[in-house]
Design a protein. Structure first.
Length: 339
C-alpha cells in the first residue's frame, strides 16, 4: 500500500528507488570506511555496553560493509566511551572478510592493538596547532614525531596504516586553514609510509569548491587520489555533516578520483575534542546517493538502515540520518521515533 503523503511504500522502502542515472567520470565502485562504532560512539554521552558495540559491528558487517573502524586504543581518560577496547576487540574474532581498523595515537596504543591481533591501524594528525593540542596534547610536528615510529613499526609488522588528518577545511579556534598547511602535513604522513590518508572535515565546514581545491593541490604535490604508485597512499574523505554539506562534498571528491569514503551508520558521531563537530556523513545517505549514481558499494541499504534504527533505540534518540528516517517511514515531524 502506498502512503501518498510520504511517497513511500507503507512500512518500508520506496519501491525500486532511487532510479539509477550514472554520471561519467565517477568511480565504478566506492569502498565505504564505516566509522560509526568509533567516531560515532566516541561522542555519545552514554557509554554503550560492550555487547551492544559487538552486535552493532556484526550487524554492520552483515549489511555488507567491508571496513568497520572498531575502536581506539587511546588513553581511556581521554575517551572513556572507548575504554573497553580490550574487551571489545576479541569479541569480533568471528567476523571474517571484514577489515577492522583501530585508532592508535602512540607506541603504547600500537602495543595494545598488536597484542590483540589488530591488522590495521590509524594514526590521527591535525592540520592545526589548536586541535593538535586539544586532541593529542602535542604540537602538529610533535604529533608527527610521535606517529613516525608507530607507522614504521606497524609497517614492519605487516599492518595496513591509515593516516587521518583533521581540520583540513577549517578549525573552530583558528578559523580558515590554508590549503598549503594541509598539504604539508599530508606529505609528512605520506612520507612515513601511510597506505591511505583520510582528509577530515572535523567540524563540517567544507564546501565543494574547497574540496576540489584541496584535492587539486594534493595532486600538484604528488598525492593524487588513487596514489602515485604502488607505494603512494590513496586518498579518502571524512566529512562531518554539521552544515549539511557532506554529500555535496563527497560528490566533489568522487569527481576528483576519490573512491574511499568515510561514513557513520545512522549519522552518529562527532569528536569529543572539537565541540562544534557533529555527526559524520550518514552511511545510509551516502549509499542512497551512490545507488542512484549506479556506483557499487556492496551494502544492503535496508539491512544497514534497520541496524541504525536498532542502534538509535539503544541510544534512546532518533537517527539523524534522513535516509534512515525515510526508510522507516518516520520522515514526518510527528514520527513515532520522535515522540
Ligand atoms: P598525554 O597525556 O600527553 O599522554 O596524552 P602521555 O604520553 O604523557 O602519557 C600519560 C599517561 O598516559 C602514561 O601513563 C601513559 O602510559 C598513558 P602513566 O605513566 O602516567 O601511568 N598512555 C596511554 N594509556 C593507554 N593507551 C594509550 C596511552 N598513551 C599514553 N594509547 C594521548 C597523549 C595521545 C595519549 C592522549 O592525548 C589521547 O589519548 N588522545 C586521544 C584523543 C582521541 O582519541 N580523540 C578522538 C579521535 S580523533 C577524531 O575523532 C578525528 C577523526 O575522526 C577525523 C576527523 O573527523 O577529523 C579521526
Ligand atoms: Mg571524525
Amino acid at each position: 500500500m502506498t502512503d501518498a503523503a510520504n511517497c513511500t511504500v507503507s512500512g518500508g522502502s520506496p519501491a525500486q528507488l532511487p532510479m539509477v542515472f550514472p554520471v561519467e567520470g565517477l568511480p565504478a565502485r566506492v569502498r565505504i570506511h564505516e566509522v560509526g562504532p568509533r567516531d560515532g560512539l566516541q561522542n555519545e554521552s552514554a557509554i554503550v555496553p560492550v555487547e551492544v558495540k559487538a552486535e552493532f559491528i556484526g550487524r554492520l558487517a552483515a549489511a555488507g560493509l567491508t571496513t568497520v573502524e572498531a575502536t581506539s586504543f587511546v588513553h581511556p581518560k581521554w575517551v572513556p566511551q572507548l575504554a573497553d577496547a580490550e574487551e571489545l576487540y576479541p569479541r569480533l574474532d568471528g567476523l571474517s572478510g571484514v577489515r577492522l581498523p583501530v585508532l592508535v595515537p602512540n607506541a603504547r596504543g600500537l602495543e595494545r592493538a598488536l597484542a590483540l591481533g589488530a591488522r590495521e591501524v590509524a594514526v590521527f594528525a591535525s592540520a592545526t596547532e589548536s586541535f593538535a593540542h586539544a586532541n593529542l596534547n602535542r604540537t602538529v610536528d610533535g604529533a608527527l614525531e610521535m606517529f613516525e615510529p608507530v607507522v614504521a613499526r606497524a609497517k614492519r609488522e605487516g599492518l595496513r596504516v591509515r593516516g587521518y588528518l583533521s581540520m583540513c577545511f577549517g578549525d573552530p579556534w583558528e578559523g580558515p586553514v590554508p590549503v598549503d598547511q594541509v598539504v604539508r602535513v599530508c606529505r609528512a604522513l605520506a612520507g612515513m609510509g601511510c597506505d591511505e590518508l583520510s582528509l577530515g572535515d572535523t567540524i563540517g565546514v567544507a564546501t565543494p569548491g574547497h574540496v576540489h581545491a584541496l584535492l587539486a593541490a594534493l595532486r600538484t604535490a604528488g598525492l593524487p587520489a588513487a596514489g602515485p604508485s604502488a607505494a603512494g597512499p590513496t586518498l579518502a574523505v571524512h566529512f562531518h555533516d554539521t552544515y549539511g554539506q557532506a554529500l555535496s562534498n563527497t560528490l566533489a571528491a568522487l569527481q576528483n578520483g576519490v573512491a574511499t569514503v568515510d561514513a557513520s551508520a545512522g549519522g552518529l558521531g562527532g569528536c569529543p575534542y572539537a565541540k562544534s563537530a557533529t555527526g559524520n556523513l550518514a552511511t545510509e545517505d551516502l549509499v542512497w546517493m551512490l545507488n542512484g549514481l549506479g556506483i557499487e558499494t556492496g551494502v544492503d541499504l535496508a539491512a544497514l538502515s534497520a541496524t541504525s534504527h536498532w542502534m538509535a533505540e539503544r541510544l534512546g534518540r532518533p537517527s539523524p540520518s534522513r535516509t534512515v528516517r525515510a526508510l522507516a517511514g518516520t520522515a514526518s515531524p510527528t514520527s513515532s521515533q520522535e515522540q
